[in-house]
Design a protein around this ligand. Sequence first.
Ligand SMILES: *Cc1c(COP(=O)(O)O)cnc(C)c1O
Length: 361
Amino acid sequence: MTMSSQISLEPARGTDPARRAQILQDPGFGVHFSDHMFTSTWTPDQGWHDSAVRPYGPFTVDPACSVLHYAQQVFEGLKAYRHADGSIWAFRPEVNAARFQRSAERMALPLLPKTDFIAAIEALVSTDADWVPSGEERSLYLRPFMFASEVFLGVRPAMHVTFAVIASPAGPYFRGGFKPVTIWLSEEHSRAAPGGTGAAKCGGNYAASLLPQQEAIAAGCDQVVFLDAVERAVVEELGGMNLFLVYADGTLVTPELTGSILEGVTRASVIELARELGHRVEERRVTIDEWRDGLVDGAVAEVFACGTAALVTPIDTLKWRGGSVSAGAEAGPVATTLRRHLIDIQYGRTPDTHGWMHRLR
Ligand SMILES: *Cc1c(COP(=O)(O)O)cnc(C)c1O
């Protein structure tokens, strides 16, 4: 029996519609939350049980709760988009569901069936449909996550695990318009190592990226790019986005999946779309010298990062201790076209020829 047949609903009092409208007008990112959340509990004896959509609110966490000590935790990030006819859709949620399983496996957390992942999202979005904004580049950001909720300080996989989904209305990522960002090259710190957790979407990877990210900000940059942990020469990704170089001949190059890179849904979609648009796309080893030299001699015309939150982000400058190199100050045509294409699919303005959109309501 799947979770979908057993989700109970405990309705919230609900935000005043005028207040909600005010929030949806300028939601920012990750600061406001919808009226409900989805929760479910796992134990070895009962499996997943007690699944419910209930009022959004704090968990009661015991100080010995194991996630607070050993960070046994994974998460996902995807969005619900409102189409012009009022219907609500998710972009390739089954790919997020599959990645959630792989992340959970790496962190020794229980498997959540993909159908249950989707059912949880459908239940929450249906209940809080009024929280899905309409309009260009607005969405309801969905954050599924799973954590060790056992009260136990011993070091072993938890025997009590919580799965939850919360939802946060999101406005356009680029407040000042679609503008290129500056990237700081982290030469001391690694995000992930061979055999580590780089391919899992887990909080620990993000915790490890915060110090280098602080360094990037201090150096006047927006984001940090990480190199491989062994040679310190091969480009991996940003703290939360994958990376593409666009050659002047139209070829797109992106770091191959080595096990220490997170396999982005946006990355996979960009690869498919770019090929359809006639670009050659190579997934291979990309060194930092290739990026740097390519910008200097003009072989590389554009660089961009991609991920669910910002979709496609052009990168104009690469900065490191002692130097920097810049591409143009404008968003390049390839990044702009791919971004437009993805947005048109997500908002239902172009036919979904890939079957990427999943109707939630
Ligand atoms: C989530 C994430 C991405 C982007 O993945 P999408 O599925 O495209 O949102 C890239 N890198 C890291 C480290 C991430 O956590």
